[in-house]
Design a binder for this molecule. Structure first.
Ligand code: ZN
Length: 125
């Protein structure tokens, strides 16, 4: 199951007025599909409204012309299933689970635009 990162609405983060400056979030970056944890440094509200956060997204299946998608908020501490471990040098590393992912159903056209409509230049919030 291929995971990638896209911005989506998270109700829990919206209630917490996140993302905000200092918010830690995990995204999948680059061709190696590495999970990296980044921090919001200077938020621009007009571009990033409250509640819109990076999500891990994966396609579960296609059925009757609809895409069934698993989505999981990437904000650290938002009930996501990101576990912290430490590497040999003592630096934290992060892993992604999918246990608590919520499901969304969208049209194939919406799914395709979600996959294609992305500038892979790292990640901006
Ligand atoms: Zn969230």
């Amino acid at each position: 199951m291929e995971l990638f990162s896209r911005t989506a609405y998270c109700e829990k983060c919206a209630k917490e007025k996140l993302p905000d400056n200092g918010t830690l979030f995990a995204v999948i970056q680059g061709t190696g599909k590495q999970v990296v944890v980044l921090k919001v440094e200077s938020i621009r509200r007009r571009r990033t409204p409250v509640g819109f956060t990076p999500h891990f997204v994966s396609l579960l299946k296609v059925k009757n012309g609809e895409a069934i998608v698993a989505m999981q908020c990437g904000v650290i501490g938002c009930g996501s299933v990101i576990e912290t471990e430490y590497d040999q040098l003592g630096n934290p590393t992060y892993d992604v689970g999918t246990i608590e992912a919520r499901r969304a159903i969208m049209t194939i056209e919406d799914w395709n635009s979600l996959v294609l409509n992305f500038r892979d230049t790292g990640y901006e919030i």
